[in-house]
Design a protein around this ligand. Structure first.
Ligand SMILES: [Zn+2]
Length: 337
């Protein structure tokens, strides 16, 4: 049974067992609501100090998080669990339905809307709900992303530079539970209003990540997201059992890389058709050819060669062939030492 709640404060976060809700956020322009799905599980084996929230669909056209968190809504059994797990498979529900990065209701990317505003448009009200009602209850925040239609990444869990050494060390430990080939330390300089930045600033153990691309449901990315969330629950004792090695075919531990300065997120120099010449996740030397930009207004013209501005590992490439001046064309990260 799924219960519609019209006031977020009507969700009973302490009720034992598993309870499914649709949290109603009134539309700005019509009679009706965006019904954001939310499941609360309170394990029957007692409480925990270290509760967890897992979120998918912060961006609507990224499906690995939506699918893995939805599956967990069914698969997790409170009879075997301790503590509290909150699952939100489609946070920006209207964006998910529309297969878009931002909500079509207000044109807002909810991952730039934090800490939100209780009197703002729908994306600001949903982010304010997360900020005030969800984040204070949990120790760990898992926000599952992928490249959408913008970018391709090698599978990676991610977090931002964290000044507090203890929080940094625990975050790194928890990120490894997703067993992705890479763990990426992102720059915090590019944007403001991110869910993960907000949670990190509140002292939460916060993991993001890129688990696929191309508005698809990446098989392996979904496996890492689903089993990685379960590993985090096992790590904090909310779910019984040992940590699972998610990709036994890759014996190496995740490789920690970082691109913490904006200088490593290279904007496209001009509009064109992008032809990458390297694979994701490979090591390149400074000056190595990464791709060509073609100008079809003159098919006899020389392409613009895009060469690595530094040595390191290719952690992101623009996805679509058609690329506009200023959009991020590639990211080169370096090993964390
Ligand atoms: Zn995203």
């Amino acid at each position: 049974m799924t219960q519609v709640v019209y006031k977020p404060t009507d969700i009973d976060f302490t009720k034992p067992g598993k309870h499914h809700y649709l949290v109603a956020f009134p539309l700005d322009s019509n009679w009706g609501n965006s019904l954001v799905p939310l499941t609360v599980i309170n394990g029957l084996n007692g409480p925990s100090e270290k509760n967890v929230v897992a979120i998918g669909g912060t961006h609507g056209n990224e499906y690995e998080g939506q699918v893995s968190v939805k599956r967990l809504c069914r698969d997790l059994d409170p009879a075997t669990m301790r503590g509290r797990v909150i699952l939100i498979p489609q946070l920006s529900q209207s964006a998910c339905v529309a297969n878009r990065r931002e909500s079509p209701l207000d044109g807002v990317n909810i991952n730039r809307a934090f800490p939100g505003n209780p009197r703002g448009t729908i994306s600001y009200r949903i982010s304010n709900f997360v900020k005030t009602q969800i984040l204070p209850q949990v120790h760990a925040v898992l926000d599952i992303h992928s490249g959408g239609n913008e970018a391709i990444f090698p599978l990676c869990a991610s977090f931002h530079p964290i000044p507090d050494p203890q929080q940094r060390a625990e975050t790194a430990r928890v990120a490894q539970l997703f067993d992705t080939p890479f763990i990426m330390l992102y720059s915090s300089q590019m944007h403001s209003g991110l869910l993960t930045d907000e949670a990190e600033a509140m002292g939460k153990i916060t993991i993001g990540g890129e688990f696929g691309f191309a508005e698809s449901t990446h098989r392996k990315g979904t496996l890492h997201a689903y089993e990685g969330i379960r590993n985090v629950l096992r790590h904090y004792g909310l779910l019984p059992g040992d940590i699972v090695k998610i990709d036994p075919a890759r014996p190496a531990a995740p490789r920690f890389v970082q691109a913490v300065n904006l200088e490593d997120y290279i904007p496209c120099p001009k509009d064109g058709v992008w032809e990458p010449t390297v694979d994701l996740g490979v090591d390149v030397r400074v000056g190595e050819l990464l791709g060509r930009l073609h100008d079809f207004s003159d098919h006899s013209s020389e392409p613009v060669e895009i060469r690595a501005h530094r040595s390191g590992v290719v952690m992101m490439l623009h996805f679509a062939a058609q690329v506009k001046k200023g959009l991020t064309l590639y990211v080169i990260a370096q090993d964390v030492r």
